[in-house]
Design a protein. Structure first.
Length: 120
């Protein structure tokens, strides 16, 4: 039996809900929501299907800093509004900053949930 998609992952995914802008070489593009991300790629919700094999520049925007983290990517799956990309060129320090942000939000959310549960 062939391995499932999840079993073939090299990097663990982090669930998130970040906004991103994507663009093609011709300057066209759109807005996407990042559903999950790993050091190897991301799953996006977009307003359109994007052809598998397309090269895109994915710009992930963190709400706490005024910076767009640009990651060169290749589309490996596209169906309806779900697009999966593989990172082809990514600055590791930029990815680390993105993951630090995701982890800090996760920690705040867990702390808030614990506090609210303790008060009930």
């Amino acid at each position: 039996m062939p391995p499932s998609f999840n079993e073939r992952r090299m990097y663990p995914r982090q669930k998130t809900f970040l906004i991103a802008k994507y663009s093609f070489d011709d300057g066209t593009g759109g807005i996407a929501w990042v559903k999950d991300i790993s050091y190897g790629g991301a799953c996006l919700f977009t307003n359109r299907e994007i052809n598998v094999g397309s090269q895109i520049d994915l710009g992930i925007i963190l709400p706490t800093v005024n910076k767009r983290y640009s990651i060169k990517s290749r589309v490996v799956f596209s169906e309806n509004d779900t697009v999966r990309v593989e990172f082809t060129e990514a600055n590791i320090s930029d990815l680390n900053r993105i993951f630090e942000f995701i982890q800090s939000v996760k920690s705040l959310r867990e702390s808030y949930n614990r506090k609210n549960l303790d008060e009930k």
